[in-house]
Design a protein around this ligand. Structure first.
Ligand code: HEM
Length: 418
């Protein structure tokens, strides 16, 4: 591959519908120094080694400022005034925050929280699919799986988790969109996007502060109350930290899940035999489909602008010098033929599927126990209830972002719903 234009090629929209041939080219050189001085890593073994290497930091305060576009202030001094979230810091600080959140989030500390949300997930999905039927009860109709289904669903779920009233969802969605857009390298320079992201996160933080004020200290059973209240085992989180990390949970769990559901429906429509099997009662099939989607069409294609070396690191005969930004192309690693057989085949029956769709190491996706049932329920219900679903356009139009990748719209035709 032409090493002077790696980023140009990754950002090139013509690769969006199918970036995998480009990744196959990238894998020929497992570690490449890109034109901007950053290093791009694309093979499974090397990515896993780096995800577990403490010399690769996620602390944005260490991140070198790329070129002329460099930020003029550290992120924590930005307009947000909020402390960094735990995705952007290293152990031991990272571990303290993650531990406090885990206590309030799910198993083993709160086994009931996610289980009780599963009934809500079914209810939300059912009412969204019922609404398709209202468009046209019997004849042929068109729906957009993104706008009419996958987009509103995870926001509603996360609002329930955090204790956000449903009527605030549109405001929430707009703020979350702004944070996600700021992560898209095609929407502006690095410094400008960092500033926009800090502003949007500050707005979200202000929103959560108002929500807590309005409760006048009353506690309920949601995550926000749990964090503010703390528990007997450990000191509670300072309020600023709660606001900052609540905003992270909202945004980290939103567009990712939208894209997994949408990539999932697109893949199933391209593999009608699997869609058909989902209509039956095969045990664990939905779980296996979702794991295979996380390998085959993952929403998070790469981690970029988030990792930098705090020491020299030797990997695949290359020394990545201290102070270098590193991009880990997770989606290329999950299709590495040296690690997985027949990697370009969508095969939910694979015996081993150790994909990188949720990352790895200390920052392994915190929301995985929520995202998995959300996507399983969404895809199973779509398979069971839509009559004769078919794609209107293949490939569909994609969002511009190469890192957080998925269709902008997924129009399908159906002959009513069951
Ligand atoms: C971390 C993917 C859903 C919250 C991550 C990482 C990936 C990822 C790749 C690693 C980031 C890194 O190493 O820098 C996904 C995908 C999802 C999803 C593909 C949906 C299909 C969610 C949901 C939530 C969430 C629903 C919230 C409830 C987080 C958080 C982190 C994280 C807080 C940071 C964890 C840490 O730093 O320790 N996710 N995620 N994610 N995810 Fe997810």
């Amino acid at each position: 591959m032409d090493q002077t234009s790696i980023w140009q090629q990754i950002l090139d929209y013509s690769h969006r519908a199918d970036p995998y041939p480009l990744y196959a080219e990238l894998r020929k050189t497992p570690v490449v120094r890109a034109e901007d001085g950053s290093y791009v890593v694309s093979t499974y073994r090397e990515i896993v080694a780096l995800l577990h290497d403490p010399r690769l930091s996620s602390d944005l305060r260490n991140l070198p400022e790329p070129g002329a576009d460099a930020p003029t202030q550290a992120p924590e001094e930005g307009p947000s005034q909020l402390p960094p979230t735990f995705i952007e810091i290293d152990p031991p600080e990272h571990d303290r925050i993650r531990r406090l959140l885990t206590r309030n989030f799910g198993p083993p500390h709160r086994p009931g929280r996610i289980d009780s949300m599963i009934a809500d997930m079914f209810e939300i999905v059912t009412s969204e699919i019922d609404a398709f039927a209202e468009k046209n009860r019997s004849g042929t109709s068109r729906v957009d799986i993104v706008d009419d289904f996958a987009y509103p669903f995870p926001v509603t779920v996360i609002c329930g988790l955090l204790g956000v009233p449903r009527e605030d969802e549109p405001r929430f969605q707009a703020l979350s969109d702004a944070v996600v857009k700021a992560a898209d390298p095609t929407t502006g320079g690095f410094a400008e996007r960092r500033r926009r992201r800090a502003e949007a996160r500050a707005d979200l933080g202000r929103y959560f502060a108002q929500l807590l004020d309005a409760r006048h200290g009353r506690r309920s059973d949601d995550l926000l109350s749990g964090l503010i209240g703390g528990d007997s085992a450990e000191a509670p989180m300072p309020q600023e930290e709660v606001l900052s990390n609540a905003a992270l949970l909202l945004t980290a769990g939103h567009e990712t899940t939208v894209n997994l559901i949408t990539n999932g429906m697109l893949t199933l429509l391209r593999h009608p035999e699997v869609l058909d099997r989902l209509r039956g009662d095969e045990p664990d099939l939905a779980a296996r489909v979702v794991e295979e989607l996380l390998r085959y069409e993952p929403p998070v294609q790469f981690l970029s602008n988030t990792r930098n070396t705090v020491d020299d690191i030797e990997v695949a005969d290359t020394t990545i010098p201290k102070g270098s930004p590193v991009t880990l192309v997770l989606a290329a690693g999950s299709r590495d033929p040296d690690f997985v057989s027949d990697p370009d085949r969508f095969d939910p029956d694979r015996e081993h599927n150790e994909h990188l769709g949720f990352g790895g190491g200390v920052h392994y996706c915190f929301g995985a126990p929520l995202a998995r049932p959300e996507t399983q329920i969404a895809l199973t219900e779509l398979a069971r209830r839509l009559n004769n679903p078919r794609l209107v356009a293949d490939p569909p139009p994609y969002r511009t972002s190469p890192g957080l990748r998925g269709p902008r719209h997924l129009l399908i035709e159906i002959d009513g719903v069951n």
